[in-house]
Design a protein around this ligand. Structure first.
Ligand SMILES: Nc1ncnc2c1ncn2[C@@H]1O[C@H](COP(=O)(O)OP(=O)(O)O)[C@@H](O)[C@H]1O
Ligand code: SF4
Ligand SMILES: [Mg+2]
Length: 332
């Protein structure tokens, strides 16, 4: 198991007190696995991704344990994490392609990055960099260009190449396809697959509000709602047989391939996600759920309904119990 996240909670310090944006989240990734992480805006996806690589001063891990390749990842210790970034865990932050320093050429930016990580065999890494640029169809000339001279798709590919140069065990790619047109989205998605297949990254979390891109690249999908995981399963199961009412609503709201969820709020289900500053007790989807019943005032456990398929929903767990009891009676 290359990555294991157990009961992770992450809060923002705010004037009104802590805002817990990631609340008791657990999952694991196998070697070679790409997990998609989807959900509406504000559900905590970026907070979760950032927390595994860089907790900025506004954030704090309030609980949980993370291991990568069997070793503890000291997410709360910024000094210790400095040695893990790029080599063990790496992040392409949301909006990274717009944040490339405009006054330095791409080659200089990459050199700065390697220097800041005290990389000794810089020549070797730069040779590998050129090989990877060629692999994804970018010319070496991009190294002599400023970021504003590149198209969005080229910039995004450069940010992914930079983040994976030192072959991290885990790559977190936060909305790397979101600002791109559909054909460039596909090229960037294929690049992630290629890098995984070649072992440049061992496993990856692809964060997006666009479930349709995940259907193309992810091995499994985790659905996040209001700071918690609602469902996790292999991609085909999430797409063809989702069990959580929120996942079902997300899929029903998918108008067509390439349209993002923030452009298409959940049709058919009124309301918005609750504020994480003051979340309601029990299931956080309760206010919007057409199946809510009395038990839903308690927090549903995130439990394995079938091998590899985890769901946090009382309705689903009751139905599962009924199916199991029925099968038991038939056997008796
Ligand atoms: N700087 C901050 N201070 C307080 N709360 C924040 C801050 N940034 C984000 N949040 C809270 O965290 C929630 C999750 O944000 P985020 O992780 O960016 O969600 P997503 O990536 O799913 O859109 C937001 O809904 C908000 O309540
Ligand atoms: S736990 Fe209850 S409110 Fe929550 S999704 Fe399931 S049925 Fe709906
Ligand atoms: Mg985000």
């Amino acid at each position: 198991m290359s990555v294991n996240v157990q009961n992770l909670s992450v809060a923002y310090r705010s004037r009104l007190g802590d805002v817990t944006a990631v609340d008791d989240v657990s999952f694991s990734l196998a070697d070679g696995e790409i997990m998609g992480l989807a959900g509406e805006s504000g559900s905590g996806k970026s907070t979760l991704g950032n927390a595994l690589v860089f907790l900025d001063p506004r954030m704090k891990a309030t609980g949980g344990k993370v291991t990568v390749d069997g070793r503890d990842l000291p997410i709360a210790d910024n000094g210790a994490m400095r040695h893990k970034r790029m080599t063990e865990v790496s992040l392409v932050p949301q909006y990274a392609m717009s944040a490339l320093t405009p006054t330095r050429k791409i080659g200089r930016l990459i050199n700065d990055l390697l220097k800041s990580h005290h990389i000794k065999n810089r020549d070797e890494v730069l040779t590998e960099l050129k090989r990877r640029l060629a692999l994804i169809g970018l010319k070496e000339e991009v190294l002599g260009k400023y970021s504003f001279e590149l198209s969005g798709g080229m910039r995004q590919r450069v940010t992914i190449i930079m983040s994976t140069l030192l072959n991290p065990s885990l790559l977190i790619a936060d909305e790397v396809t979101s600002a791109l047109d559909v054909s460039t989205q596909r090229a960037v998605g294929e690049m992630l697959l290629e890098f995984r297949d070649r072992g440049y990254v061992k496993s990856a979390i692809a964060i997006t509000h666009d479930l349709s891109i995940l259907a193309q690249i992810a091995d499994s999908i985790a659905i996040m709602y209001a700071g918690r995981l609602a469902e996790r399963a292999p991609t085909s199961v999430i797409v063809d047989n989702p069990l959580h009412p929120y996942t079902q609503a997300l899929l029903n709201s998918l108008p067509e391939v390439g349209v993002r969820h923030d452009q298409a709020l959940l049709t058919g289900i009124p309301g918005r996600p609750p504020s994480l500053a003051n979340p309601p007790a029990g299931c956080r989807f309760r206010e919007r759920c057409p199946f809510a019943f009395d038990k839903c005032t308690q927090t549903p456990p995130f439990e394995e309904i079938r091998p590899g398929h985890l769901v946090a929903c009382w309705k689903v767990s009751q139905e599962q119990t009924a199916v199991t009891a029925g099968a038991g009676q038939e056997q008796a």
